[in-house]
Design a binder for this molecule. Sequence first.
Ligand SMILES: [Fe+2]
Ligand SMILES: [Fe+2]
Length: 216
Amino acid sequence: MKTMNELMLHFMQDILYAEKASLREMAKTAKAVESPELKDLILRHRDQSQQQVSRLERVFDILGKRPRAKVCAAMNGLTEEMEEVVDESDRGPVRDAALIAGLQAVEHYEIARYGAMIAWAKQADLSNAADLLQETLDEEKEADRLYSELAERSLNPEVAAIDESEAEEEPEPEPAQPAPRKRPASRKAKEPEPAPAPAPAKRAPKAAAPKRAARK
Ligand SMILES: [Fe+2]
Ligand SMILES: [Fe+2]
């Protein structure tokens, strides 16, 4: 990469791969979630993303290049993490909350990339390309906002409610074998608090103020 056009092309190839990978991941994620609202959001953004791929192809055209995708390691990592979540959780609000965080990580990556490409396109006087990319960027930001809104309004409170109900059900583990030594020890330790007081002694030697005075 030596020129801005080459830089732009490199990022275009990266984001084309990323969009296609996210399309596949959204299809899988939509099947793995429990919340119908979340499923609906995912599928709607999936449809949008298909349009985004078409827009990218038009930008390739503007650049006079054939649309070619190059492996995007970042998107591979993000989608792998989401698959781990599915493997390690059961269908339900906790999985949904984890997957929404994963979906947002994907949006944030896209937002960062489109933002950079728009700046370069404008710099290179490619206003048609900048406009197309801006349309996509707006959709990514809106998708991110909708995920946040759903998480805050519905999914996170559901997860918190599970935590609370589990805490109520759990028997108090106290009587089993709580180290009887630690308690008295810590109580005793609290009483003679005044002991570690001689800290000011350390400050005293620091009062090397005369040096400053000498410099002035
Ligand atoms: Fe996208
Ligand atoms: Fe997106």
